[in-house]
Design a protein around this ligand. Sequence first.
Ligand code: SAM
Length: 217
Amino acid sequence: MLYLVSTPIGNLEDMTYRGVRVLKEADFIACEDTRTSGILLKHYGIERPLLSFHSHSGVAKIDKILEALTEGKTCALISDAGTPGISDPAYALVKAAIAANVTVCPIPGASAVLSALVCSGAHTHDFRFLGFLPIKKGRKTLFDSLKTKDYTVVVYESVHRIEKTVSEIGETFGAEHKIVIARELTKKFEEFLRGTAAECLTELKTRPRKGEFVVVF
Ligand code: SAM
């Protein structure tokens, strides 16, 4: 059994009871960064063997996990934060596990995309999640392709590119285009910046240059 266990995106209280139990019962836990996950696991008194599984883990690591799974072992996969499989390396393992007839079981919980979307005030019945935007190539084409769409778009952004992204949303859709920036969700300095692209860009410049961001437009 491969469990995809959601973990908090900032606030340790957002871990579920079931998630803790599954982690405590797993034969081993696969995680992106053993130091990052170590903090969470220590907090909940979870002491299981850890195996690192990150974006640079090759096929050999997937094979190693699959071998254990097909022997009947239970693996709980967690990411650095949130729901494994959303903008992190889980996909390749999930795909391989399904192909090997391993049961994949979700343990739902926190995810930045849904937390931002539901509090954004944008319509939620039709939305498109794009994860991280391409850094260079394909960026403009992607923005242009959205011009004719009326669904809500949700993207993840890092502190390094948040201003560039908001500025490009303004250039593509107009400086008056409404956007919402969800910053530091579930953490002490959580905030939602709501306004036009131009207003949000100005506001962003008044904030400390740190944090994690989700942009909804
Ligand atoms: N698997 C995670 C999830 O379910 O949301 C996402 C992992 S992705 C590598 C990390 C990105 O998610 C960050 O760069 C940021 O855009 C977004 N993110 C994660 N935690 C966040 C938070 N507390 N507040 C705002 N955005 C967050």
